[in-house]
Design a binder for this molecule. Sequence first.
Ligand code: HAM
Length: 411
Amino acid sequence: MPDLYDDGDMNNMPSKLFEIERRIKNIFINYSFQEIRTPILEDANLFKRSVGSSSDIVNKEIYSFNDRNDKIIAMRPEGTASVIRSIVEKKLDHLSHKLWYMGPMWRYERPQKGRYRQFNQAGIEILGIQEGLPEFEMISVVCSVIQELKIKNCLIKINHLGTKQDKEAFCKALVNFLEPYKKELNEKDFERLHKNPLRVLDSKNAETQNLLKKAPSIKDFIDKSAINLLNSIKKQFSDICDIEIDYSLVRGLDYYSGFVFEAISSELGAQDSFLGGGRYDHLCSQLGGKEMPAIGMALGLERFSNLVTLTNNKIKMVSFIILASNIEPKAYKIAHNLRSFNKAVVLDISLAEGSLKSKMRRANKNNADYAIILGEEELENETAVIKPLKDELKEQQTVSIEDLYSFYKAL
Ligand code: HAM
């Protein structure tokens, strides 16, 4: 199948999301990821136990309802928890996997530009492999997505949250540092300080950010090997994408430890992150499975699509015009044959009744390259008319059906 679009300047095509999804799926398949489809509805507890009870998602953004057995069911806010639930349930947590998924997610957020209550994610998860190569594979996929869809003005931020113990020690130091200033914090940051201190680093408040300038840095709590990993990833991929080590980068979901990352673009406004992910080695055991190292990421397709520009590629479009209802069955079979001969061409048959004039108007509106016209006389003589619509110098011609097939194959 050829690309439907080339890059250029034609936004708001009805199937832009379709084309972006197709290209992203191709990248995932190219990297040898396998598709996994998980249900849209899950036991709401799954997200409390994974995304975390201190996260914004679980605190106030879950769409849930009681089913007929009074069980609380949630519309999935993200894909990772469901993937791990499914791996544990199927007892596949002793193996390694490379999985991708794509589909709608729900979060009860205040709707604004780039933040929707229903949105789509494309995600990948590498399961069963310790820190090291999977980190490179993740950033390589992110760079491929950015490169393939020609995203400009974007930055990949990377950080390392250390081991579970490093993260805990850092949180403690952060709380000790912020405690004397707690009266100066706004309500949201004050709440975060007690529920999930790491998230204070994410504060949008200028005074909090000012205060944080002197706060302890995760850099002083993590291993040399973690810093080496960050430097090495930056070194290897910086010629493809802008990569920055940001020791204040934290993620909004609780399950992360180790390597984390986000991709942002200045063109998106306040909701500037179009992709995020990281390592979550303890989630599987937390959900009742074995200890299984894991890393993954998800891309927000609506935000991402705002950064992508596609134009109509030179794909050929042909209008098939049938002029008499008594020849429709035979003519339709000819159209069927044409479609099977050349799948790279789009063949539009006007299915409604209408005059030649109205059907030609439709062909021009569709930006068709050619019209193939079949009337009673043509079919009686086993012929058809080919009318070029783009090249004014070329005359229409009557050809045999066999020659019509050859012409169509060669388009
Ligand atoms: P997340 O950072 O919560 O991570 O979401 C990933 C992406 O989904 C965001 O960067 C953003 O582009 C998009 N997104 C999130 N919320 C909304 C919304 N309300 N409207 C529009 N777009 C939105 C996760 O979901 C993790 N599960 C990623 C992951 C996979 N980590 C490991 N594996």
